[in-house]
Write a protein that binds this ligand. Structure first.
Ligand code: PLP
Ligand code: COI
Length: 356
């Protein structure tokens, strides 16, 4: 399929101060669109000026949340090239979400090609300051004007771009996390392992309550026993206990993070033992009491590697590494961001230039 390109005649002013980008507040000049109609399949891929989308008020996505999305980034390398990090993994996960949400499969290779083309069109928007990147948000939603609850026959695939800095205002300074044991985000058999809007909608209440208590995000426990650790609102989690790295195993309710997968591979390449298993909050609290909880960090595309300095579970407040970034978290952050930005040799073959 050929991608039609209509360039914007009204280019917006680019942000002057890259230290003030924040996360997801500005959008570039163009977006990618592609339609799905039953009988025709995915068709009419096009890059057009960024702007509002017309939707019928009965569009099914607005009523029943048939939507999936992804989050990835483009980085500027020291020689001015622009590269993506493991985009094939994002598109494979998008199709896994599609399968669960009854959304027709997309051609993964074509989608990566379309994303590269869009980033190339808006390449002047890729920031270069350390810690910044161009966030890429692909998403698909149901547009059928229909109030019956059924899988859609008409959908739209959109990609938008946003120059970003750090997800948390603290940057690389450790965040405080609230362990949630009243609300649940997802349960096994549900949609927890997908990136779909509903998972995030169901997390808002707990997030809001945690923010009121000055915590950045919540740590979700399993939805059945409220006992085992799953993940944080926008990142997977790792614990360093007695020098061993432990991360909750993927149980169907947790998002299989690409940063999580990459972190495990990097740590193992250093000869560090990484165990994926059931990990209860009691076990972490006990390790903290006994002085064996060395570090905790989250991993995510938006969050990158985010050290956790404080974990609160009911009345128990666990201070981790004196609220400072741990040695391993720092080393992992430096290596991962180094690979993503082309400053550290990519021996894993994870990055791909937008011109490839
Ligand atoms: N968990 C949740 C709920 C997320 O939204 C994200 C972000 O995408 C992650 C984990 C981390 O996934 P990834 O590393 O693929 O960005
Ligand atoms: C990401 O890390 O890409 C996310 O999607 C997290 C969040 C902004 C929802």
């Amino acid at each position: 399929m050929e991608i039609k390109i209509e360039l914007s005649k009204n280019l917006k002013a680019k942000p002057q101060d890259e230290s003030k980008l924040g996360f997801g507040k500005l959008f570039t000049d163009h977006m990618f669109l592609m339609n799905y109609d039953e009988g025709e399949g995915w068709h009419n891929p096009r890059i057009v000026p960024y702007g509002p989308i017309e939707l019928d008020p009965a569009a099914m996505c607005l009523h029943y949340g048939q939507e999936v999305f992804e989050g990835m980034k483009a980085y500027k390398t020291p020689n001015g090239d622009i590269q993506l990090f493991r985009p094939d993994k994002n598109m494979a996960r998008l199709n896994s979400s599609n399968e669960r949400l009854c959304i027709p499969e997309i051609d993964e290779e074509f989608a990566v090609k379309a994303i590269k083309k869009l980033v190339e069109v808006d390449k002047d928007w890729v920031p270069s300051r350390e810690g910044t990147s161009l966030y890429i948000r692909p998403f698909i939603f149901a547009v059928d004007a229909m109030l019956g609850v059924h899988a859609a026959k008409h959908l739209l695939f959109v990609v938008i771009l946003s120059p970003v800095g750090a997800y948390y205002p603290q940057g690389l300074n450790p965040v405080s996390i609230y362990v949630e044991d009243k609300y649940v985000r997802a349960v096994r058999g549900g949609t927890g392992y997908t990136k779909t809007a509903g998972n995030y909608a169901s997390s808002l209440k707990a997030q809001q309550e945690a923010e009121k208590k000055n915590y950045s995000q919540v740590l979700w426990l399993d939805g059945v026993e409220h006992k085992y650790i799953e993940e944080v609102g926008a990142m997977n989690v790792f614990f360093v206990i007695d020098g061993e790295v432990i991360t909750p195993s993927l149980d169907g309710a947790t998002l299989p993070g690409i940063t999580r997968m990459s972190s495990i591979e990097i740590l193992r390449s250093w000869g560090i033992k990484v165990t994926e298993r059931l990990l209860s909050i009691e076990e972490v609290a006990k390790a903290s009491d006994e002085g064996r909880l060395d570090e905790m960090f989250g991993t995510g595309t938006a969050a990158v590697i985010s050290p956790v300095g404080e974990l609160r579970w009911n009345d128990k407040v666990m201070k981790i590494n004196n609220g400072e970034i741990g040695e391993l978290s720092q080393r992992l952050y430096d290596t991962l961001t180094g690979i993503q930005c082309g400053k550290v040799e990519d021996t894993f073959g994870w990055t791909t230039s937008i011109n490839e």
